[in-house]
Design a protein around this ligand. Structure first.
Ligand SMILES: Cc1ncc(COP(=O)(O)OP(=O)(O)O)c(N)n1
Ligand SMILES: Cc1nc(C(=O)O)sc1CCOP(=O)(O)O
Ligand SMILES: [Mg+2]
Length: 354
């Protein structure tokens, strides 16, 4: 035994129980990410956390833990609350386990200090890892619930007039767009907020999600459903502090590392691109379909491929693994925008968006 002989066997008993609770909680969370979400990224993080807990707990030899264990004499086994027996769905199971996991790690951290201050510090780091995992799972859950089977996301500018803008929004909603983003870098703020209000109210009437590009303040002022931010703009946390928990925060990503970071930051969806050369925006590099494949293979947060996607090439995106796309030029620049929307929707249709 490599801990002090003075250590109370009751503290070992407590640490043994907390190690079991923590690793069992991590396993329940891992199973949700792995089997319910098919999310390789979050499942890997949950597994690493479980292994980290086991490695830190290795300071207590199993023989000592078992010698101090007294399950029949545990006064806590007879204490239960009504809510423990009720779980509405698999996410409720995972969320409850995330809470227990964090509590158990906290107990390990505090009582671990009585063995070795370094052990307390080690469990403290693991507790922060658990918080980050919870943020990624919570964002993934929220984004999937809010975006459901949304597949076609169309970016539009503010048009030459309020009337023309309203007509465009109505047309796209009726044609089958699921999400509309107001992206206009040239309008003054008053005109932008006026267009954003039109967008929000027309989209609400049609059951379409409304997003404002770049501007969290305008999303809130206009009552839009969310905001989209790029890598050089507000962070997810800063955007969230402005728009609150009820609105969507979407993030542009250009590499798998950026995608993983956005998931853990609590984004509600990802833009994944540029997929193909775009006539709307110039890019020096194209992560292309390889990036689409990487995201499809490991991320279950709603992810929209973007950049140069048209009715002619959208099937390549579907083959690469994503059934959600965001487009601008393919619809706004089309001689028949309705036909363009219908064609994209037809190719994206079929099985669930994932
Ligand atoms: C759905 C979606 N994905 C990506 C972007 C691009 O955002 P960003 O990188 O901030 O670039 P700008 O659009 O601001 O030029 C987007 N707007 N929407
Ligand atoms: C604004 C924007 N962002 C991208 C990214 O990859 O983050 S691609 C892009 C342009 C989207 O327009 P189009 O469909 O006309 O190419
Ligand atoms: Mg931006």
């Amino acid at each position: 035994m490599n801990h002090p002989n003075t250590l109370n066997h009751r503290v070992i008993r407590l640490l043994d129980a907390s190690l079991n609770r923590a690793s069992e909680g991590a396993r329940v969370v891992e199973d949700y990410a792995r089997f319910v979400l098919d999310d390789a990224h979050l499942a890997r993080l949950a597994k690493e956390l479980r292994h980290g807990i086991a490695a830190a707990g290795g300071i207590l030899p199993l023989a000592d833990r078992l010698a101090c264990r007294d399950t029949p004499g545990d006064v806590g086994t007879a204490i239960s609350t009504a809510s423990e027996g009720q779980r509405t769905d698999a996410w409720a199971v995972c969320a409850a386990s995330l809470g227990r996991l964090q509590e158990a790690i906290r107990s390990l951290e505090e009582y671990g200090k009585t063995i070795d201050p370094a052990l307390g510090a080690r469990f403290e780091r693991l507790r922060y890892d658990a918080y980050t995992l919870a943020s990624g799972l919570g964002g993934t859950q929220r984004g999937r619930e809010r975006l459901g089977d949304a597949r076609l996301y169309v970016l539009i500018d503010g048009s030459e007039s309020s009337e023309a803008f309203a007509r465009r929004v109505e047309t796209l909603c009726e044609a089958g767009a699921d999400v509309l983003q107001l992206r206009d870098k040239s309008l003054d703020d008053r005109t932008l907020v006026e267009r954003a209000r039109h967008l929000a109210s027309l989209c609400r009437r049609h059951g379409v999600t409304s997003i404002i590009n770049d501007r969290a303040d305008i999303a809130v002022a206009a009552g839009a459903d969310g905001i989209h931010v790029g890598q050089e703009e507000l962070t997810v946390a800063d955007a969230r502090s402005v728009v609150g928990p009820g609105r969507l925060v979407g993030v542009s990503t250009h590499s798998i590392e950026q995608a993983r970071t956005a998931v853990l930051a609590g984004a509600d969806y990802l833009g994944v691109g540029p997929t193909f050369p775009s006539t709307t925006k110039a890019f020096a590099e194209f992560p292309g379909l390889d990036f689409v494949r990487q995201v499809a293979a490991e991320v279950s947060l709603p992810a929209f491929a973007i950049g140069g996607i048209t009715p002619a090439n959208v099937s390549e995106v579907v083959t690469a693994g994503l059934r959600r796309v965001a487009v601008s030029g393919a619809v706004s620049g089309a001689s028949d925008p309705i036909a363009a929307v219908e064609s994209l929707v037809a190719t994206l249709g079929g099985q669930s968006a994932g």
